[in-house]
Design a protein around this ligand. Structure first.
Ligand code: GGG
Length: 361
């Protein structure tokens, strides 16, 4: 008999979010059935760009209050630039959720899955296996700035990055704590402190201070341009990478590329103190170019579901789900076009559920 119930807000959002989230939900429900003793109370919210076109906002005025009643949020993608400018959709939905719910950790693993050919010659799964810890509430995405003399030759636009000691220290501590749980126990901090003499030098100082509390963890620092190159030339040196909102946003798309497709990397937007719901979403966006074709890769979304299970304390189900994903990529029978195959979103979802069921037999 089921004992644990988790309240999940489901926001498929825009574009391929509408296609990958149903596969994620079906897979999570099967994982709950098979690995037991828990169920989900799912509430779906039709928020996103279509909602914006009807209502003039990305979510209703009481949207945040309604989300607050849930333990976790399962999110697809945000953005439909043909009809709604991206800065409107982002600042109307995903960014307020991350900030108001103080989901200050954006965890983004990068791992070359078995059977997937990444773009790097000679790199095997053991060589690409790291996790990025992205500061998720301030930095370059603090939303501080403005424009004056708009449309004139004298127009000025200012976008200020904000780095507080409180937020910088807590994200760096999270990265060190995470490194302690991993075999290699390494943290690389990424800034651009040769050019950004205030905020990045400040970040480097906080990193150096925090690192003294973790003598068992190897701490190194790098400049973002050099680190971007190292992602490609020496990914095997990476373990935990901690960076600001913008730098980690960029580096994790590069991480997805190293994995062989942006259809693969998952993410978790976490409030580690659990005061608010945490949010789980694929790293990829709404992919308007393939939306509606039924060929989006659902693996990033299903893997994000596994991160949600882990966060909820359902470690066995999370492990089983990851093993099912690995089994499907390893045997190569169901691959969407981003991985060179002809399978549909539904085919890959079904293959992962078959693998999950097969493990449980
Ligand atoms: N599922 C991720 C998503 O919708 N991404 C849209 C995007 O560009 N987000 C920016 C960000 O992750 O900060």
């Amino acid at each position: 008999m089921s004992t644990r119930r988790y309240s999940v807000a489901v926001i498929p959002g825009d574009g391929i979010g509408q296609e990958v989230i149903p596969e994620g939900v079906a897979t999570l429900q099967l994982a709950a059935e098979l690995h037991g003793g828990f169920t989900f109370d799912l509430t779906s919210y039709p928020w996103g760009c279509r909602y914006y076109l009807e209502h003039g906002r990305m979510m209703p005025p009481d949207g945040m209050r309604r989300l607050r009643d849930h333990e976790v949020i399962y999110f697809g993608a945000c953005g439909w630039p043909a009809e709604v400018p991206d800065h409107i959709s982002l600042w109307g939905l995903i960014l307020p959720i991350r900030k108001e719910f103080d989901q200050y950790v954006n965890l983004r693993p990068a791992r070359l899955l078995p059977g997937v050919r990444g773009p790097l010659r000679d790199k095997r799964p053991a060589d690409v296996d790291f996790v990025c810890v992205r500061e998720n509430t301030e930095g370059e995405y603090a939303g501080v700035g403005g424009r004056v003399h708009v449309g004139t030759a004298h127009e000025v636009a200012i976008q200020s990055a904000v780095f507080s000691r409180f937020a910088t220290e807590r994200i760096i501590r999270y990265a060190f704590d995470l490194a302690r749980t991993r075999p290699r126990k390494r943290v690389l901090s990424v800034t651009k402190s040769n050019a950004q003499q205030y905020s990045a030098v400040f970040w480097d100082e906080v990193f150096a201070q925090v690192s003294r509390d973790y003598p068992d963890v190897t701490a190194t620092q790098g400049l973002v341009d050099a680190v971007a190159a190292a992602f490609v030339t020496k990914p095997e040196a990476l373990d935990v990478v901690v960076a600001s909102n913008l730098f980690a946003d960029i580096l994790t798309d590069l991480g997805g590329a190293l994995m062989g497709s942006l259809g693969l990397p998952p993410s978790a937007n976490i409030d580690p103190e659990r005061r608010f719901p945490s949010l789980f979403e694929p790293v990829h966006g709404s992919a308007p170019d393939i939306a509606g074709k039924g060929i989006a890769n659902p693996i990033a979304t299903i893997w994000s579901g596994a991160m949600m299970l882990e966060f909820l304390g359902e470690a066995e189900a999370a492990r089983a789900l990851l093993a099912a994903i690995d089994a499907v990529t390893a045997n190569g029978t169901a691959r969407t076009p981003d991985l060179g195959g002809t399978a549909t979103t539904a085919d890959v979802g079904a293959a992962i559920r078959s693998a999950l069921a097969a493990q449980a037999r």
